[in-house]
Design a binder for this molecule. Sequence first.
Ligand code: ZN
Length: 66
Amino acid sequence: MTIKLSQCVVCGHKALSNSMESMEIEENGKKFTIEKIPAQKCSCGEVYIDAAASKYIDKQLENFRK
Ligand SMILES: [Zn+2]
């Protein structure tokens, strides 16, 4: 399922900008940071991640759990 966002669902703003996000995950007391996640960000601070990016996150998590 791929949804192409053209508008922020939180504030309705139409100009989402590309950004690189990082995400911190804590699992079993271990901290792991995933960096350079391609995302779209609204000026209200809401971040949208597409299917390719969530696959990338899954992959990084897999590596982390090994
Ligand atoms: Zn917004």
